[in-house]
Design a protein around this ligand. Structure first.
Ligand SMILES: [Fe+2]
Length: 408
C-alpha cells in the first residue's frame, strides 16, 4: 500500500452514492492505496465508470490528509462571520439601515460568492456546529446566504448578477428581527401566540428597512418579504405560492435547513440527514417538488462524504398512497430510488389501515412517471410495525432481508 494512505484513518466511499461532477477536497485512492484522483479533480461520469471497472465500487480518502490552508475557505468564512457580526451590531446600535450598511452587506456577499467557487463541499462542511443562540442571527444569515448561493446556481433561474441579489436577499432575510423585542427572539421556550405574531412581522420589518435604499433590486425586496411563504399557502401572508418569484422559495428551504440543523433552546440540532428527510417530507406542504428535489440532490450527496441521507431498507410513501421499501439509491436522482412496493394505505372515514399486496412490485422511480416519492417514514413505532408485518408475511426475498444487517 502506498504511504499516502497507510497508517491513516481512511474513509470509504461507495461510488454509487457519488453524483457525477462532484469533486472532493481530498485526493481519492483505491483500496490498495493507488491514487485515483487529485484533490478537487471533478469525478465525471466517465471517470466513475473507469474507476468502477478497474477497482470496483469503493474508493477511499484519508482523514489526516493535510488540507492546504490556501484552498480552505474557513479563514474567509471566519472573516465573513466577524464582518457579519459587526454589520448586524452596527444596525442594532443605530436602529437604521443606511446606504453604507447596504454597501457593507454587498461586500459580505461578494466574499461569500468569491469563496464558493470550486469549494462547495468544504462550504457545506463549514455550516456544522458553529452556532450558539446569542450569535444565531449572523451565523444563520451567513449560512443561509451560502446555501442560497449554492441552490440558486443549481436551480438556474437566475444568472450572473441576479444570483448576487438572491444571496443578498437571503443574507438580509431576517434583518427585521433586530426590531423585535430581544426577549422574544432569545426566549428559550416555545413562543406564545402573541409572541408568534410579533415574530411573523420580521419579513415586513426587514422589507421596510431596506426599501428606502435607492435603486435596491426587486429580487432583494421580494426575497426578504416573501421568505416565509409556503406551498400550501399557509405562510405568513398566505400568498399563492405558484405566483411567487423563485428567490424567496430558495431562501425558505435554505432557512429551514439551517434552522433544523441548529440547536434550539427547546430541542437538539437535527443531523443533516434528519433535516433532509424532514425537508423531503414537506414536499407539496411547505415547498414544491422541484425545489426540494434540487436541494436534496445538491445537499444529499455532499453530506456524510457523499453518502445518501436515506438508505436501503428505509420505508417510504408514494404520491399514490402506496408503501414501499428502498431497494437501491439512484445516484443520478436521490428523489427517484429503486423501490419495492408492498402495500397501500387505505383510508376510511374514521381510520387508516395498511393493505399488504400478495405480490410486491419492483419499481425504478426513474422510469415511472406516475409515482413519486412523497415521504420517508421516520416514526420508529410505525417502522417496527411494518418490519414485523413484512417478516411475518414473508413478502420480500430472503436475499433482500440478508442485505439489511440491522434487520437480522
Ligand atoms: Fe425569517
Amino acid at each position: 500500500m502506498s504511504s499516502d494512505l497507510s497508517n491513516k484513518k481512511r474513509v470509504e466511499i461507495d461510488l454509487d452514492y457519488i453524483m457525477p461532477e462532484t469533486s472532493f477536497i481530498y485526493p481519492l485512492y483505491s483500496y490498495d492505496g493507488e491514487k485515483l484522483l487529485d484533490e478537487r479533480e471533478v469525478l465525471t461520469q466517465s471517470k466513475i465508470k473507469a474507476i468502477r471497472e478497474k477497482y470496483g465500487n469503493k474508493v477511499y480518502y484519508s482523514l489526516s490528509d493535510s488540507r492546504d490552508s490556501k484552498i480552505l475557505p474557513s479563514i474567509v468564512y471566519d472573516k465573513t462571520l466577524n464582518r457579519s457580526k459587526d454589520f448586524f451590531d452596527d444596525i442594532i446600535f443605530s436602529g437604521k439601515f443606511t446606504k453604507d450598511s447596504y454597501k457593507k452587506s454587498e461586500e459580505i456577499i461578494e466574499d461569500i460568492l468569491k469563496d464558493l467557487n470550486s469549494r462547495e463541499l468544504v462550504a457545506i462542511n463549514l455550516l456544522k456546529d458553529m452556532r450558539n443562540y446569542d450569535e444565531y442571527l449572523y451565523y444563520h444569515s451567513v449560512n443561509v446566504g451560502l446555501l442560497s448561493a449554492l441552490l440558486a446556481r443549481k436551480i438556474r433561474v437566475y444568472k450572473g448578477d441576479e444570483i448576487k441579489k438572491v444571496v443578498l436577499g437571503a443574507y438580509l432575510s431576517d434583518l427585521g428581527k433586530i426590531q423585535i423585542d430581544k426577549k422574544i427572539i432569545d426566549k428559550p421556550d416555545r413562543l406564545s401566540t402573541e409572541e408568534n405574531i410579533q415574530i411573523r412581522l420580521h419579513p415586513q420589518l426587514g422589507y421596510n428597512m431596506i426599501k428606502i435604499i435607492e435603486g435596491i433590486d426587486p429580487i432583494i425586496l421580494q426575497t426578504v418579504l416573501f421568505h416565509h411563504e409556503r406551498f400550501d399557502d399557509e405562510g405568513y401572508y398566505s400568498l399563492p405560492y405558484e405566483s411567487l418569484p423563485t428567490s424567496p422559495k430558495i431562501v425558505a428551504i435554505c432557512d429551514t435547513y439551517d434552522a433544523l440543523t441548529s440547536p434550539k433552546p427547546y430541542r437538539q440540532a437535527y443531523s443533516s440527514s434528519e433535516a433532509l428527510k424532514i425537508i423531503l417530507n414537506s414536499v407539496d406542504k411547505q415547498f414544491d417538488r422541484h425545489i426540494v428535489s434540487t436541494f436534496i440532490n445538491l445537499m444529499g450527496t455532499m453530506l456524510n462524504n457523499s453518502m445518501s441521507f436515506y438508505k436501503k431498507g428505509d420505508f417510504c410513501i408514494l404520491n399514490t398512497g402506496e408503501l414501499a421499501i428502498i431497494r437501491d439509491i439512484n445516484s443520478m436522482d436521490l428523489m427517484s430510488p429503486k423501490i419495492i412496493i408492498f402495500a397501500k394505505f387505505e383510508k376510511s372515514d374514521s381510520s387508516t389501515s395498511i393493505k399488504f399486496f400478495q405480490n410486491p412490485i419492483e419499481v425504478d422511480l426513474m422510469n415511472d412517471f406516475n409515482r413519486k416519492l412523497s415521504n420517508i417514514i421516520l416514526h420508529k413505532k410505525l417502522i417496527d410495525l411494518i418490519r414485523d408485518k413484512l417478516k411475518e408475511k414473508k413478502l420480500l426475498s430472503d436475499y433482500f432481508y440478508m442485505s439489511l444487517p440491522e434487520w437480522q
